[in-house]
Design a protein around this ligand. Structure first.
Ligand SMILES: Cc1cc2nc3c(=O)[nH]c(=O)nc-3n(C[C@H](O)[C@H](O)[C@H](O)COP(=O)(O)OP(=O)(O)OC[C@H]3O[C@@H](n4cnc5c(N)ncnc54)[C@H](O)[C@@H]3O)c2cc1C
Length: 382
């Protein structure tokens, strides 16, 4: 693993830092809608500066950045304390999946509005009885003339309340084995038959939603990657889920840790060996996380395909983030839980970290089977 940056990578970082120095998103507003509008505006500005979709090829309006440059982008975004762009699912998931499986017409139609945040995307995969076991999903799409009629329910659909389009996986054939009967659709959210009901999380924010689909129509031209090919297309989306973000998240984790150290110092707590020991342990984990993320990058650059580091990084980040928030609550006591205090938010929001984007148990299964070569669990879903 080579951790040095080339001259052109260093120049890329300098250029980005200079841009962030004169462009900042402004203060974060409170309230879900205002916060979302703020992040949407931030993405528009990133797009104007040529920094939205840095990892997208130039022919699709991106910057054609290498993987390392893309990692640098996310690190610098975190370092600048700027938010993730509003259309993060469009940029990281829908865009790359469209580039892989889309027809020329689909690429022409959808990619630019993703970059500019003009059209927001959500991911309609999970259902009440199909999360980890995605292939068990029950939402049905039935052929009807030159399109499809969809009926079913999705859940935990992040950002659906702001979305124009949904990456929807539905069952189009129930006669074949469950992985084979799925199709990937681009579903217009602004139509009759699609109802979005926000779910309020423990943080008080309606970040995700229930999605009720009753007789919604999807035209044939909105099938992505061919009828019956949905499993393969969905895996492409999931493979992109962790790309780049790890670098943003590890920087954010480090910033939170630094803030806790400052707070502990201000309260004269650093002489306590138990406190010092725990802060040291969290620091070590944050550093291992950073190095594992870089190691994942060099695996892709060397072998052309992602290794198990993506699963390891997600697992480690989510658990370390929870441990950090819990330790802050233990250390600061009631102060940490005062409403409006960021640690209360971190403590509550971090609970979802070990579920979203692949649960810890599923990630452990992947590591057990693909890294340690242990036998596949009977009845396992991943
Ligand atoms: C904040 C947040 C945002 C989300 N956003 C989206 C979104 O935008 N779009 C979307 O489609 N989904 C989204 N999800 C859903 C998320 O992907 C699912 O919650 C996740 O895949 C787990 O599925 P499940 O909730 O159905 O749990 P289940 O799959 O029912 O799992 C329940 C428990 O059993 C364990 N388990 C299941 N199978 C195995 C196995 N084979 N071996 C060992 N343990 C197992 C799981 O790890 C878990 O602990 C989001 C979730 C959260 C928390």
């Amino acid at each position: 693993m080579d951790l040095t940056f080339s001259d052109s990578e260093a120049a890329f970082r300098d250029e980005l830092r200079a841009w962030f120095a004169t462009n900042d998103p402004g203060p974060e507003p409170s309230g879900e809608d205002a916060n979302y509008a703020w992040r949407r505006d931030w993405q528009r500005r990133l797009a104007e500066g040529g920094w939205a979709g840095v990892h997208w090829p130039r022919e699709y309006g991106g910057r054609g950045a290498t993987l390392t440059e893309s990692a640098i982008f996310f690190e610098e975004l975190g370092r600048a304390r700027a938010p993730l762009p509003a259309n993060v699912l469009g940029l990281l998931l829908a865009g790359p999946t469209l580039m892989t499986y889309g027809t020329d017409e689909q690429k022409d139609r959808y990619l630019t509005p993703i970059l500019t945040a003009e059209e927001i995307w959500c991911q309609g995969f999970s259902e009440p009885e199909a999360g980890s076991d995605l292939a068990a999903l029950k939402t049905r799409a039935v052929k009807d003339g030159d399109g499809w009629v969809v009926t079913g329910q999705k859940v935990w659909t992040s950002g659906a309340q702001h979305s124009k389009w949904c990456m929807l996986v539905a069952r189009t054939d129930s006669e074949v084995p469950k992985h084979k009967g799925l199709t990937y659709f681009l579903m217009d959210m602004e139509q009759e038959g699609v109802q979005v009901r926000p779910l309020v999380q423990i943080t008080g924010e309606p970040e995700f939603n229930e999605l009720f689909i009753e007789g919604a129509r999807i035209p044939d031209e909105n099938v992505l990657g061919g009828v019956g090919n949905g499993w393969k297309v969905a895996l492409t989306t999931l493979m992109n889920e962790r790309s780049g973000l790890a670098f943003f998240l590890q920087v954010r984790l480090r910033q939170l840790l630094d803030e806790l150290v400052e707070e502990a110092a201000a309260r004269g707590l650093l002489d306590d060996p138990v406190v010092a020991d725990e802060l040291g342990r969290l620091h070590m984990k944050a550093e291992i996380l950073r190095l594992t993320a870089y190691r994942g990058l060099s695996t892709i650059e060397k072998y052309g395909a992602p290794g198990p580091e993506g699963s390891l990084t997600k697992w480690m980040w989510s658990e370390t983030n929870q441990e950090l928030a819990q330790f802050a609550a233990d250390l600061l006591g009631a102060d940490a839980l005062t409403m409006g205090n960021r640690w209360a938010y971190e403590l509550l929001r971090s609970r979802g970290n070990t579920i979203e984007g692949g649960t810890t148990e599923i990630l452990k299964n992947i590591v057990a089977e693909r890294v340690l070569g242990l036998p596949r669990l009977k009845g396992a879903t991943a």
